[in-house]
Write a protein that binds this ligand. Structure first.
Ligand code: HEM
Length: 419
């Protein structure tokens, strides 16, 4: 594809976002150099009986520096009006679907304080122990399933089961939780939402199902607390502040979507990268402990599982010479920041020993920086340590099927062989 800054439309899901990753990277490179802050029209929601007004468009922030500035100034770049969507969703829907990721201070500070406390070292240690055990279980199943799809066998179930265990969701609900999270992040992808189904209704139903599971569990844990995160979040006796039933449900929807699809995406991109660059896989096999930390950060930079987050301007502000006005929407393109030549040496090279590597895969420093970054890195480390130790010949045996989305750099299917 021959890009010019005028033919790059970042709202074109079936055009721009369906292009191979390397072509998309070329387009972002051009934008960083020639139009670091560019305007794009909003896309209309198609195929739904529910009407959403088409917005006034948004500005794309593509440089490392501008993404950093926007994240560091949450008083100017607000998350409340809908951090995870370009649509101006009605406030009830924002709360329902995205919880604290779409709030600003003082509400965000309160929610973050409560959930951070619940992620205390004792709870996180319990989760870390179960990461090792779950990796073992998932790999034992993968070996016998014979489906040969890395997503179904390994990348999808592993993070999902960890989050469900963390929150105390019964195993009988895992399939439902997985399906709902797929639907919420599918962006209407016809592999996930069948033709003829209203994508917005499917999205709402998935949110309602997850909410129902958590409301029931939260209510039960008020009367029957145990030593788990859900009990800590709903009981003021255990922590000094607690979440309401509605807040707990929104937090669960956020965890299931923010913590599950993202880690899945990173695990899958790692397989693709290790297959494309076998010498980097060999380095990891030869010295896993020495390279685990840099290797996992490089996987997250390379994959950039969350492509963007939205902010809305509270006041006028200038970025890269462009005058933004109060009320304007901006998208912080983490994928582009993570390939910015001004921040990374040879950004298009996958290097498991990359140092320094201050990537923005988990967001840039600021109040919304990923709550699960430590957990996610641990999951990727444990799973890839086990895969490379047990199956050093593991590789992808076909091309990845990209998710139809600009928001998550997802992979729907990736055929693989363990030996
Ligand atoms: C490789 C995996 C992951 C990636 C790439 C990722 C990425 C991100 C990004 C880009 C943000 C937004 C940052 C911002 O707006 O400044 C975020 C926020 C968040 N992430 Fe993650 N994430 C990952 C895994 C997880 C996991 C495992 C969990 C759950 C345990 C989690 C929970 C959250 C939460 C709750 C927020 C909202 C924080 C807030 O608004 O204060 N994430 N993540």
């Amino acid at each position: 594809m021959q890009w010019s800054v005028d033919n790059i439309n970042l709202s074109d899901i079936d055009g721009f976002w369906a292009r191979p990753w390397s072509e998309r990277d070329e387009a972002f490179k051009l934008l960083r150099h020639e139009r670091p802050v560019s305007w794009h029209p909003d896309a209309a929601v198609e195929g739904s009986a529910i009407e959403f007004p088409v917005g006034n468009g948004y500005y794309a922030l593509t440089t490392y520096q501008d993404v950093q500035i926007a994240s560091r100034h949450p008083e100017v770049f607000l998350s409340g009006p809908g951090a995870v969507s370009t649509l101006d969703l009605p406030p009830e829907m924002v709360e329902y679907f995205s919880g604290m990721i779409s709030t600003d201070d003082p509400k965000h500070a309160r929610l973050r304080r409560i959930v951070s406390k619940a992620f205390n070292p004792r709870n996180v240690q319990a989760v870390e122990d179960s990461i090792e055990r779950l990796a073992d279980e998932v790999l034992a199943r993968a070996k016998t399933s014979g489906t040969g799809d890395f997503i179904t066998d390994i990348a999808a179930p592993f993070p999902l089961e960890i989050i469900c265990q963390m929150m105390g969701v019964p195993a009988s609900e895992y399939d439902t939780v997985l399906q709902c999270s797929n639907v919420i992040l599918s962006n209407g992808d016809s592999d996930i939402i069948p033709e003829g189904t209203d994508p917005v209704l499917a999205f709402l139903e998935a949110g309602a199902t997850l909410t129902g599971i958590m409301e029931e569990l939260g209510a039960y844990r008020i009367d029957n607390p145990i030593d788990d995160i859900t009990s800590a979040l709903v009981n003021a006796e255990i922590e000094s502040e607690k979440l309401t039933k509605q807040e707990l449900a929104s937090f669960f929807v956020l965890l299931v979507t923010a913590g599950n699809e993202t880690t899945r995406t990173a695990l899958a991109h790692a397989l693709h990268a290790f297959t494309t660059y076998p010498e980097q896989k060999q380095r990891m096999i030869d010295d896993f402990d020495g390279l685990a930390k840099t290797g996992v950060d490089e996987i997250v930079r390379w994959a950039s599982p969350v492509t963007w987050m939205r902010r809305t301007l509270a006041t006028d502000y200038q970025l890269s010479g462009v005058d933004l006005k109060a009320g304007d929407k901006v998208l912080l393109f983490y994928n582009s920041a993570n390939r910015d030549e001004k921040a990374f040496v040879n950004p298009d090279v996958f290097d498991v020993g990359r140092t320094p590597n201050d990537h923005y895969g988990f967001g840039a420093p600021g109040p919304h920086f990923c709550l699960g970054a430590h957990l996610a890195k641990r999951e990727i480390t444990v799973m890839w340590r086990e895969l490379l130790r047990r199956y050093p010949a593991i590789c992808a045996t076909g091309e990845p099927a990209q998710l139809r989305s600009s928001f998550v750099n997802g992979i729907k299917r990736l055929p693989y062989a363990l030996n």
